[in-house]
Design a protein around this ligand. Structure first.
Ligand SMILES: Nc1ncnc2c1ncn2[C@@H]1O[C@H](COP(=O)(O)OP(=O)(O)OP(=O)(O)O)[C@@H](O)[C@H]1O
Length: 278
């Protein structure tokens, strides 16, 4: 088990680079500012699966907005393949906790959405949509509307939609948080399979320690407000066995990350109470 305070040198040519990223917000009705994210430095290698785990309110969603180009850092830079991110783009696919499917479109048409923007002809759009439906295990469900699909199926469609326009990076914001435990575990396996099949670079945000260890090649543990990277933990587990989460190896990682997070969660709760009483 290795823990490093700085990014490992092995990440030489990052796909995605967050360079001293800070985000502050104006506090309404005052001249004060509030620092949500403070001086975050992260390099994500091409094809890496990096998980960010942190206490509530540490700035995970703020970070995702920045990566998605939905807002701008107050200082610092975000680079994708060396180029600054200046706004939203099809080079980044985002999967949110809530499925964000268009209810009036079938699964096929939801997946084809980004492809229309790319100007792909109709028959090619359908081919791509079918390919990704099959990849997420939903071949034959293309004609279903979101209300005809279970929560897990909707999230699979959302993943297929993000993959269909072939983004450079897949950004996932607690995509399985709203699902029941069994569905979540099966989608975690699906996601690892898809990652192996596509070689995509994935940045995945979660509250869940088990989820972080199960999915990540590397886990960035964030501090409570303001969000900083407390440490990176390299995950090296054998995922081929039956019940990976019950192994001694897994248990050790769980305890290690729990210990790192525990103090942060307590600190976050104190800060939250103080904020309420201001
Ligand atoms: N537009 C905004 N204006 C002011 N403060 C904001 C704004 N957006 C977020 N914040 C504050 O920044 C901090 C980080 O918020 P963020 O939603 O990124 O945290 P989070 O880690 O995603 O939380 P959770 O895990 O609970 O979803 C919070 O204290 C939040 O109140």
């Amino acid at each position: 088990m290795s823990t490093t305070a700085l990014n490992p040198d092995r990440v030489r040519v990052p796909k995605l680079r967050l360079e001293n990223v800070t985000k502050t917000f104006d506090v309404r009705g005052t001249k004060d500012t509030f620092t949500a994210i403070d001086d975050i430095d992260i390099d994500v290698a091409a094809g890496e699966f990096l998980v960010l785990v942190g206490p509530s309110g540490c700035g995970k969603s703020t970070l995702l907005d920045l990566l998605g180009g939905l807002s701008e850092p107050t200082s610092g830079r975000i680079l994708l393949d060396g180029e600054p991110v200046t706004g939203p783009g099809l080079d980044r696919g985002i999967v949110f906790q809530q499925y964000a499917l268009l209810p009036w479109r079938t699964a096929h048409h939801n997946i084809e959405f980004g492809l229309e923007a790319k100007g792909l002809p109709r028959n090619e759009r359908r081919e791509v949509a079918d390919h990704y439906l099959e990849l997420v295990g939903l071949a034959g469900f293309g004609d279903r509307y979101p209300h005809e699909l279970s929560g897990g199926m909707k999230q699979r469609v959302a993943i297929a939609r993000s993959l269909a326009f072939d983004p450079e990076v897949l950004l996932m914001d607690e995509p399985f948080a709203a699902l029941d435990a069994q569905t979540r575990e099966s989608l975690q396996d699906e996601l690892l399979r898809i990652w192996n099949a596509t070689g995509k670079t994935i940045l995945f945000i979660t509250h869940g320690i088990d989820e972080a260890i199960y999915l990540g090649q590397r886990v960035a543990v964030l501090t409570s407000r303001p969000g900083r990277v407390k440490t990176f933990v390299d995950i090296d587990i054998d995922r081929s066995g039956e019940d990976v989460r019950s192994t001694e190896q897994f248990r050790r990682y769980r305890h290690h990350i729990w210990t790192l997070l525990h103090g942060e969660v307590e600190r976050a709760q104190v800060i939250e109470k103080e904020t309420v009483h201001v």
